[in-house]
Design a protein around this ligand. Structure first.
Ligand SMILES: [Mg+2]
Length: 272
């Protein structure tokens, strides 16, 4: 463990998924034990993900299949946070969606209308069946005054055999053609983190953000005022740590090699 600060006892935890809890379909060593220990100690926690493509039920089922206790209510997606943001800003708004099922479902669940024309908002996430027609429609809607909201700015996503373009890459095209910068919801933006804090009902000062990525998880946590814990279980390792710290311009409060180390540290902080 490396520490630049003594963290307060956690009133709650916001936990990244990919690279922190699992890699693709494989659980990261110790994740099941760690989450079970949080439940046993009564520490509230939410899984917070930039992935907008599926609903919280699907995430919870994936976690359960790996032996990690999780309920749909414990999952916060960028799709939910985006829909909630739009519903607060423009209740009942008509939304044109570029995205997958999880995003459309979040929009209707928030009481918004999914439309194909005359939209107040263009909401864009990852769409692995993206068509030129829907890009054209989005660009024209943005030109005629629709607000542009982006679920998450990830440019690339790791998959089994390499990388795929993420929703940030689709956004690069829409920004170039539409001439409007989007409101960004997912990490490193604070909107997703603040949405999760609201749902958990804990204060930023007492809620730790835990993740594997300095540019997204730690940057979002620092921006929202949360204590931050970096785990070297995913994208960051001892060799690239310094370069990521420099790129992100933020530093985590504590760094853990693995989830066992993190679990021990949390137990000590809780004093139980
Ligand atoms: Mg991650």
């Amino acid at each position: 463990m490396t520490s630049t600060a003594q963290l307060p006892s956690p009133a709650g935890l916001l936990i990244d998924l990919d690279g922190t809890i699992y890699h693709g379909g494989r659980m990261i060593e110790g994740a099941d034990e760690w989450i079970a220990s949080l439940i046993a100690r009564g520490v509230p926690h939410l899984f917070v993900t930039n992935n907008s493509t599926v609903n919280p039920q699907t995430f919870a089922a994936r976690l359960q299949a790996m032996g990690i206790p999780a309920e749909p209510e414990q999952v916060c997606t960028s799709a939910q946070a985006a829909a909630s943001y739009i519903a607060l800003e423009q209740p009942g708004a008509a939304v044109f969606v570029i995205g997958e099922d999880g995003l459309r479902e979040a929009v209707t669940t928030a009481g918004l209308r999914v439309v194909e024309s005359d939209a107040d908002v263009v909401l864009q996430g990852l769409d692995r069946n993206l068509s030129y027609e829907s890009l054209t429609r989005a660009v024209r809607l943005i030109h005629s005054g629709a607000r542009y909201v982006l679920t998450n700015p990830d440019l690339l996503l790791p998959v089994e055999d390499g990388v795929i373009p993420g929703s940030g890459s689709i956004s690069a095209l829409l920004q170039a053609a539409g001439g409007q910068k989007p409101v960004v919801i997912g990490k490193p933006s604070g909107i997703l983190v603040n949405y999760a804090l609201d749902r958990m009902g804990t204060t930023a000062e007492q809620t730790w953000m835990v993740g594997d990525n300095l540019l997204t998880d730690i940057a979002a946590g620092v921006g929202a005022g949360c204590p931050t814990a970096l785990v070297l279980t995913g994208i960051t390792n001892q060799d690239n740590l310094a370069s990521y710290v420099e790129q992100a311009g933020v530093r985590p409060d504590v760094i853990f090699e693995n989830l066992h180390e993190l679990q021990t540290y949390i137990s000590e902080r809780l004093g139980r």
